[in-house]
Design a protein around this ligand. Structure first.
Ligand SMILES: [Zn+2]
Length: 122
């Protein structure tokens, strides 16, 4: 049997009524939706960011490695939301490429300087 309740938008609820009742589980207990929402919110609650290890922005591959180690441990122990841990991993991947590129540029500049020193330095 269809739930007899009418939703806030004026349309009749299309859920099935509980057996032996005229309303669905949500309309039979008006507090059910709120309590389920609260329960879901609690399961997604994380410790404040003050519990995370303080780290400077990583500039070297070694520092990125260190940061990822912390992210892994903190995500695994539920101190950091998986969503944020995942974002850190993605950003760290991009950062590693930038660090790598920057190192190559520095080494190339050094080689170019050795091959043809700037005028006035001979
Ligand atoms: Zn209903």
């Amino acid at each position: 049997m269809q739930c007899e309740a009418t939703k806030r938008d004026g349309i009749r609820c299309r859920a099935n009524a509980l057996s032996g009742a005229k309303r669905c589980s949500f309309h039979a207990d008006p507090n059910k939706a709120a309590s389920l929402g609260k329960k879901g919110g609690l399961s997604r609650k994380f410790l404040p960011f003050t519990h995370l290890t303080e780290l400077d922005p990583p500039e070297t591959a070694e520092q990125v490695r260190k940061l990822l180690g912390h992210v892994l441990v903190e995500t695994r122990s539920n101190q950091l939301a998986a969503k944020i841990g995942n974002a850190c991993a993605v950003i760290a991947g991009v950062l590693l490429k930038a660090v790598e590129q920057s190192d190559i540029e520095t080494r190339l500049r050094r080689l170019e300087d050795q091959l043809s020193p700037p005028k006035g330095r001979r």
